[in-house]
Design a protein around this ligand. Sequence first.
Ligand code: IMP
Length: 428
Amino acid sequence: MSTVLIVGSQWGDEGKGKVVDFLTERADIVARYQGGNNAGHTVVIGDNKYILHLIPSGALHGGKKCIIGNGVVIDPQALIKEIDDLKNRGIDVSGNLFIAKNAHIIMPYHVALDKASEIKKGSGKIGTTGRGIGPTYADKIARYGIRAVDLLSLETLQRAVEFNIDRINFMLKNYYGAEQISPADLLNQYRSFAGRLSPFITDTVSLINNAYDRGDKILLEGAQGTLLDIDHGTYPFVTSSNTISGGACTGLGLPPSKINKVLGVVKAYTTRVGSGPFPTELKDALGERIQQKGGEFGATTGRPRRCGWLDAVALRYSVMVNGLTGIALTKLDILDGINPLRIATDYKYRDKLLGSFPYENEILQGCEPVYEEFEGWDDDTSGINDYDRLPKNAKKYISAIERFLNVPVQIVSTGQKRDQIIQLKEQF
Ligand code: IMP
């Protein structure tokens, strides 16, 4: 019996897709527990690059069971496109993809509200991906939501749309000055989506719990990152789900007692997409160099990611709220040739050391990181898959991370490809 949970430890885009793909080899089931098609998990296999938004990265192994849990919000059109695109590239998920009956569905009006709300917020905008994520979770919590199970009955679907549409159109027209949605068009479109998706919709809670009880190896795949968590992130500049490890319990109906390891994916530096405070941001040529070399452009929206030094203050908070048992360090090779390297070990605000990650946005915005400097390395580390072959200073950088976080680094990724990885400890 074993469940390994993979969680993003920073502001997302840590390279979780690659780590999940690597660990899937030994897993029987891979399950996504939150987020939606705001996520973009990039996996490179041989010369082929795949970007998955909703289907767990484990699907690329073929034959593994993939669950989209109840904590995920599903845009049916995006999911169908992903299923079809994979099929065109030789990967057929039918029979292996399971969608939770109680997962909530993104409707076109959620996308319209997301976009309209960003325009209305003006300079205070969150910088969302515009995929309707926030409004879908808002409807779920306000008990207006439409679930995957509702797609199984066309009458229920119609009733649910009719129940919502006046309220939504009132808001779109009168508050946002945006175009209204035609319920007839929407229903036509969603009836056809329902036909395509209904074979996949099932009771995933029993499926995953029975699998655990049987002794299957389960991999839980988080999207986004800890600092984008709706409760524990840098609110309001966050996504609308629980991205932290605890989100896996509610997002899959899998109890905490059935989760055995929590592997935090940590990028060797920090990035952030969208608005919000970012203490170690590099707004200079070095930030741009990391952005270019690291290919730091959103897999979903193509937006450039802001780049900065590794932040041990934010990471210690992440270790605490996720209960990390190990770290998968990614993109180490992007730091090749940068000298010196820096890691933030504390924040200073009005001449005082803070000692921990603050909740106040003004403090996070106004604090100054305190850095420890490290000698860099000139050698090319990309593709190294033996720890002993890493340059001495790269090993020192890794040891410093372990020292600052008090969590062992168990995987080091040195490139985009499947085999560009060092495994220091088996997860299953
Ligand atoms: P939303 O999730 O589209 O509502 O966007 C809310 C915030 O989360 C914005 O700052 C987005 O840029 C950020 N965000 C959402 N998904 C991701 C992701 O997969 N990686 C990094 N940032 C993300």
